[in-house]
Design a protein around this ligand. Structure first.
Ligand code: NAD
Ligand code: 572
Ligand code: ZN
Length: 360
């Protein structure tokens, strides 16, 4: 094993450095992972540009990255589910296993969750990273490392569609055609939704959504009022959506989600916008529209992997740009400014495809 452990470390606002870090020692329940692919998430960009998300503040150097896959390089003495050489996707949040939420199975709500690249916890845009083996998922040979990394945002889509109750014949409205809106579209389709309308402010993103199978798209303008757009949604879909999934989190999109959803339907809020907003609550209550939150995912990685491995979901189209870890600064510039219509920017810690046994 080489001693090179090049790592992308965020020191503060606009201060990301590539530096050498020691290769970590592992505990009995952990594996050492030779990282392969790490996607850039909006939250990584946010920590770089703002140094914080809400109460989560970068107060000491933090390794960035949480959408990842790699190859097992060492296994701890108590690890039973993995061996050296296994190609794995890494679920980035490790809960405490002890609190009531963990014991009841809702481990995503654990207040002591250690989540990659959420302060104070390091992420995994690095050559060698250690992780609890329980939160590593072996990939079949025909699933690429990039797809493994994308199981992370895909799991958000799985959780969101489950929370919404999407099923056979569902008519679904998705607000926002960024990576999260697009994975939600793919999952809703795979769950049997027959009409899916997706909105965005950017036509290029809607074009990709159409390519991925959205039955309808609607270009919004910044000044649109939610009530007016709700009428347009009904006209375009020819029906009121059963479920609306807000993948923006702007006040205007959450308002639209409520107005547009059929009585007795469900609004799910995935996008994290302002901490307080003005919403038509009476409209929702009087029509029994349930409003539900989404916090990451919980026991969703296996389903996300099954969707990709079975070919029911083709997630590769989301990746628009590829960079080597040595080009991390350029990769973040591209993700940040959406250069060249960037959707998902993938960073390769190993040369692309070097760990993909099946040729693509
Ligand atoms: P993104 O910024 O790439 O995508 C948001 C999209 O919404 C963009 O395409 C933008 O053009 C569009 N948009 C903005 N305002 C709009 C409006 N008024 N109407 C229609 N479209 C509009 O972000 P992303 O990576 O796709 O993530 C989406 C949101 O989900 C973010 O807020 C992120 O923090 C959140 N998120 C939440 C969780 C969770 O656990 N709840 C997990 C992952 C991401
Ligand atoms: O992939 C996980 C993920 N979660 C996001 C955003 C991007 N990626 N969330 C939005 C921000 N919250 S948070 O609670 N926080 C910073 C911990 O505001 C987490 C979920
Ligand atoms: Zn993320």
């Amino acid at each position: 094993m080489t001693k090179d452990n090049l790592t992308a470390v965020l020191h503060g606002i606009e201060d990301m450095r590539l530096e050498q870090r020691p290769i970590p020692d592992i505990s009995a329940d952990e594996v050492l992972v030779a990282m392969d692919s790490v996607g850039i998430c909006g939250s990584d960009v946010h920590y770089l540009t703002k140094g914080r998300i809400g109460h989560f503040v970068v107060t000491k150097p933090m390794v960035i990255g949480h959408e990842s896959a790699g190859v097992v390089a060492k296994v701890g003495s108590k690890v039973k589910n993995l061996v050296v050489g296994d190609r794995i996707a890494i679920e980035p949040g490790v809960p405490c296993y002890k609190c009531d939420h963990c014991k009841q199975g809702s481990y995503n709500l654990c207040p002591d969750m250690a989540f990659c690249a959420t302060p104070p916890y390091d992420g995994n845009l690095t050559r060698y990273y250690k992780h609890v083996a329980d939160f590593c998922f072996k990939l079949p040979d025909h699933v690429t490392m990039e797809e493994g990394a994308l199981l992370e945002p895909l799991s958000v889509g799985v959780h969101a569609c489950n929370r919404a109750g999407v099923g056979l014949g569902s008519k679904v409205l998705i607000l926002g055609a960024g990576p999260i809106g697009l994975v939600t579209l793919l999952v809703a389709q795979s769950m049997g939704a027959t009409k899916i309308l997706i909105t965005d402010l950017v036509q290029q993103r809607l074009d990709i959504a159409k390519e991925l199978g959205a039955t309808h798209t609607l270009l919004m303008k910044p000044g649109d009022t939610a009530e007016d757009v709700a009428d347009r949604v009904h006209q375009v879909m020819g029906v009121e959506p059963d479920q609306s999934i807000d993948c923006c989190g702007a006040e205007s999109t959450t308002r639209l989600a409520i107005f547009a959803t059929r009585s007795g339907g469900v609004v799910v809020i995935v996008g994290m916008g302002p901490s307080e907003m003005k919403l038509p609550l009476f409209n929702a209550l009087a029509r029994e529209v349930d409003i539900r939150g989404v916090f990451r995912y919980c026991n969703d990685y296996s389903a996300a992997l099954a969707l990709v491995a079975s070919g029911r979901v083709n997630i590769k189209r989301l990746v628009t740009h590829h960079f080597d870890i040595t080009e991390t600064a350029k990769a973040f510039e591209t993700a940040r400014f959406g250069t060249g219509g960037a959707i998902k920017v993938m960073i390769h810690v190993q040369p692309r495809n070097s760990n993909n046994p099946v040729k693509f």
